[in-house]
Design a protein around this ligand. Structure first.
Ligand code: SF4
Length: 258
């Protein structure tokens, strides 16, 4: 059976995976394997507590379970733009610069001069583009409440693609939008669970697999963070399969062993 096409009926079975209750659907190999992988990654790497945010009086964002107020939600939205095409390490340097200048503030981002903001966000790379995007985002957020932001509105902002929009919606707004990134595609293509690079298709597969679970938003948040961690620790460009916690589920690994 083609793993990637195996949708089936949901059941009422639940399983506790490291504190997150997830529903185990019956009749679908794809759904079962997705949940098994989630459980294995959670056991291996534990909860990731994304998205990192800065506590009052601090400069460096920390992994404390996500934003708790609107300033931290804004920081997440800014971070989602700053981490485009670069590592979190670089984005974090720019966030720390913003914190040093008390610039995690919609009005201040709108008012600050372009050249000055360029310098502040420079460590995140592509800084001119990012300055423009932060200013457009600030204009958009000025008249919005985080709870009422719609995906289609975010995607209309220049430079905000599906991945950035879903990161903002999931981690800043607490909405059930699964985030897909290059790591997700790499890992799940190697596992043999998907056979596509199409963002919306991959997102739909995950959402169909996970919809109906208790703690859906937390599950989406943790799963994406675990995927990123797994890509960094094992499923790199040159994968380190021998010590991989999900190798038993992996087509790529099985082919290596043949
Ligand atoms: S076995 Fe190798 S290719 Fe498969 S998920 Fe693990 S690291 Fe990636």
């Amino acid at each position: 059976m083609d793993r990637a096409s195996g949708f089936g009926e949901d059941s009422k079975n639940f399983e506790d995976t490291g504190g997150l209750r997830v529903r185990i659907p019956s009749g679908s190999l794809f759904l079962m394997v997705i949940l098994e992988i989630y459980s294995l990654l959670l056991n291996k790497y534990r909860r990731q507590l994304w998205w990192p945010v800065t506590e009052e009086g601090q400069i460096k964002p920390e992994y404390t379970g996500g934003p708790k107020n609107d300033k931290q939600r804004l920081e997440v939205a800014i971070g989602a733009v700053l981490t485009q095409n670069t590592s979190w390490k670089n984005a974090e340097k720019a966030i720390m610069n913003l914190n040093r200048k008390s610039l995690i503030d919609i009005e201040k981002i709108k008012k600050i001069g372009i050249k000055e903001l360029d310098e502040v966000v420079r460590p995140s790379g592509f800084y001119r583009q990012k300055t423009e995007r932060l200013k457009l985002l600030a204009e958009f957020l000025e008249s919005r409440d985080f709870s009422s932001i719609k995906r289609e509105e975010l995607i209309r902002i220049k430079g905000i693609g599906p991945e950035t929009a879903d990161s903002i919606l999931l981690y800043a707004c607490g909405k059930p939008e699964f985030v897909v990134d290059a790591y997700t595609k790499r890992i799940f293509n190697r596992l043999g669970l998907i056979n596509t690079e199409n963002y919306e298709e991959v997102k739909r597969l995950f959402q169909r697999a996970l919809t109906g679970n208790n703690n859906l938003i937390q599950t989406y948040q943790e799963f994406h963070a675990l995927i990123v961690e797994h890509a960094k620790q094992h499923c790199k460009k040159e994968p380190e399969c021998a010590s991989c916690p999900i190798k038993k589920e992996c087509n790529y690994y099985k082919q290596l062993k043949q």
